[in-house]
Design a protein around this ligand. Structure first.
Ligand SMILES: Cc1cc2nc3c(=O)[nH]c(=O)nc-3n(C[C@H](O)[C@H](O)[C@H](O)COP(=O)(O)O)c2cc1C
Length: 218
């Protein structure tokens, strides 16, 4: 009987020892949170950094080419610019009411809009927030950018962007309109623009390439 009692005591003591050991191990897990949390924290930090790098890279490459074109010349020029800047995006400004097909009527309407500061409504306004550099091109209309372009500028904040003007024209060049545009955008980062005579469209590609090299874009 005594023997049985001693055996029972020994088994009981062993059980208590085992229970105590397990509890200690559980305690250790709670006491040392690093053992379970370090890795996820490092991973999270790493992925945040990686995200930032790729975002910055994306922003660095962000260039937008915005243009308005009535008969297609400036469209060609805008496309030529984009072809040489593979990371750039291109956007055509389109008015809700299209301009008259008759050249003479279009000339008259453009004059009226300019004299009366009428800004024709655009179908859509591009979101320019993610772009650092914005090319803005249009035909020379009465010595200036067409009013739809000024309507666009009124709606967006370009003051912190680098604005690069370009145009096609029938002989008046682009100096005056470039100056007006840059003043309207309020951009302090201004770059020399390019004006292409509509008679010289066949050599435009080369002129665009030379210009982009000159202004350090390619
Ligand atoms: C309404 C209107 C006004 C224009 N005014 C001028 C001007 O003042 N000076 C000039 O050199 N060319 C003028 N042009 C000619 C255009 O600037 C030129 O043909 C241009 O390349 C057309 O570009 P687009 O095909 O992109 O519309 C005018 C053309 C139009 C339709």
């Amino acid at each position: 009987m005594k023997k049985h009692f001693a055996l029972l005591l020994a088994v009981g003591a062993l059980l208590m020892f085992l229970v105590a050991c397990t509890a200690k191990q559980e305690e250790k897990k709670v006491e040392n949170p690093e053992s379970t949390q370090t890795e996820p924290a490092q991973v999270a930090e790493k992925s945040t950094k990686e995200e930032q790098v790729s975002k910055n890279d994306g922003q660095k490459a962000k260039t937008l080419i915005i243009y308005f074109s009535y008969s297609g010349n400036t469209k060609k020029m805008a496309e030529s610019i984009q072809q040489k800047l593979p990371d750039s995006d291109i956007y055509e400004l389109k008015t809700v009411q299209t301009y008259p097909a008759s050249y003479r009527d279009c000339v008259d309407q453009a004059k009226k809009e300019q004299e009366n500061e009428i800004y024709p409504e655009l179908k859509e306004y591009p979101d320019v927030s993610s772009y650092e550099t914005i090319f803005i091109g249009a035909p020379n209309w009465w010595g200036d950018y067409p009013m739809p372009v000024y309507g666009f500028i009124k709606k967006v904040d370009l003051s912190k962007k680098t604005v690069i003007p370009f145009c096609t024209h029938g002989g008046s060049g682009g100096e005056v309109m470039f100056k007006n545009l840059l003043q309207a955008t309020g951009s302090t980062e201004q770059v020399q623009g390019l004006a292409i005579f509509d008679k010289n469209l066949d050599t435009m590609d080369k002129a665009v390439e030379d210009w982009l090299k000159e202004i350090d874009k390619i």
